[in-house]
Every structure is written in structure tokens, then in C-alpha cells.
Design a protein around this ligand. Structure first.
Ligand SMILES: N[C@@H](CCC(=O)N[C@@H](CS)C(=O)NCC(=O)O)C(=O)O
Length: 205
């Protein structure tokens, strides 16, 4: 089994953090997306969508999509439960993870892809107005998150979950996207410091 990734890219990083939380070791193969290594014929045969991460099982089965990969490992290694437990617990984490993915990470990614000079050759055409339009959406999501984190220790409630992983990666990605964190979001800052500390460089995440 191996995971094909670009180590520093946000979606592969979500998988890495997920695996570190569960204490699962998997071999990784690095492809540099910035050098267009996802656009080769060989990789396109593995994932015609030309995206990472990709999980390749020993029998050659290919699983793409970050959340599908995480769910696969959750099924095999249920503890700690990062997708929740019980009908309500799972629904709540699904809800928050989707909010963090579609509401936060997506908009940060749009700013990065459409504004950062390093993406000019990959994101064609780069539409600067679209990047700018996404900035206030990021700020709006963080406000909503702040309200939630006023009541809960973690994004989806009292337990750490995949929603925290998605949100943490999105927040870190803001730096690369050159989006300043809005001031005055004390609960977001408290949470960010809290979830940023469990990992050290030795975890490789
Ligand atoms: N929906 C996919 C998105 C994967 C994705 O966009 N991955 C980025 C890296 S974070 C990528 O492969 N980008 C390659 C490119 O833009 O050419 C998932 O959740 O895994």
C-alpha cells in the first residue's frame, strides 16, 4: 500500500495528519504538482483527475479523494474515532467537516490558485477578481467558526475530529495564500494554538 502525494499540498496534508492521529504508518511517494508531475501519462493512468492524494492498495485498487481515503482508514482503525460515533455524532462531524471543506478550505484554495504567481501555469486562466471575491468569504467563515468555538473546544463539539483537521489545514494554507487572519477572533485563535501543537516536525505533518 502507498499514498501518492505532494507533501506540502493541503489535501495530502489532511491525510497525513489523519494518519498521524491514528498512529498508522503508510509509505508515501512524492510527486511535485508544481513541476506538473501530476500531468504525466503515467500518473493520469492512476488518477485521470490528476490530483493528489491517491491511495494505491497492494492489489492495485486506487482510491482518490481525501475524505474517501480517510474514511477507508477510519473503517479499518476505528479508534480514535475522527468521523464521530452514533447517528448524531457522525452527522454533526459530517456537517462541520463539509462546512470547513466547502466553506473555508475551498475559498482559501481559490485565493491561492487565482492570485499566487507560482500557480500561473497550473491555474489557467488565473482570474484575480475571483481570488479577491473569495477573501471576504474566508473572513465570513472564520466569524462563524469563532461563534462555534465560543461554545465548544473543537470545531464539531467537545472531541477532536476530521473537521478540525480540515480547518487547521485551511488556516495554515491561508499563510501561503497570503490571507491575513482577521483580528478579534479570540476563540479561533485559542483553538488554532490548541490544534497546532500536537504535531512536531518528527510526525512529518
Ligand atoms: N477533491 C480532491 C481535491 C484534491 C486536490 O485538489 N489536490 C490538489 C493538491 S491539494 C492537487 O492535486 N492539485 C493539482 C493541480 O492543481 O494541478 C480531494 O479532496 O482529494
Amino acid at each position: 500500500m502507498k499514498i501518492i502525494e505532494t507533501r506540502l499540498a493541503p489535501n495530502p496534508r489532511r491525510v497525513r495528519i489523519f494518519l498521524a492521529e491514528k498512529g498508522i504508518k503508510v509509505d508515501f511517494e512524492e510527486l511535485d504538482l508544481m513541476k506538473k508531475e501530476l500531468q504525466t501519462e503515467a500518473f493520469s493512468r492512476i488518477n485521470p483527475w490528476q490530483r493528489v492524494p491517491v491511495l494505491v492498495l497492494d492489489d492495485g485498487t486506487v482510491i482518490t479523494e481525501t475524505m474517501a481515503i480517510c474514511r477507508y482508514f477510519e473503517e479499518l482503525n476505528p479508534e480514535p474515532a475522527l468521523f464521530g460515533k452514533g447517528a448524531l455524532g457522525r452527522a454533526r462531524i459530517e456537517m462541520w467537516n463539509r462546512r470547513m471543506e466547502l466553506g473555508l478550505l475551498f475559498h482559501v484554495a481559490q485565493v491561492f490558485r487565482h492570485l499566487h504567481p507560482a500557480m500561473a501555469e497550473l491555474e489557467v486562466p488565473q482570474i484575480k477578481d475571483w481570488a479577491e471575491a473569495n477573501k471576504p468569504r474566508v473572513a465570513q467563515q472564520l466569524e462563524l467558526m469563532n461563534t462555534q468555538l465560543q461554545q465548544c473546544r473543537y470545531v464539531a463539539g467537545d472531541a477532536y475530529s476530521v473537521a478540525d483537521i480540515t480547518a487547521l489545514v485551511a488556516m495554515d494554507f491561508m499563510r501561503l495564500a497570503r490571507i491575513k487572519r482577521p483580528e478579534g477572533l479570540a476563540h479561533v485563535e485559542r483553538w488554532y494554538a490548541d490544534v497546532s501543537t500536537p504535531f512536531t516536525s518528527s510526525d512529518g505533518v
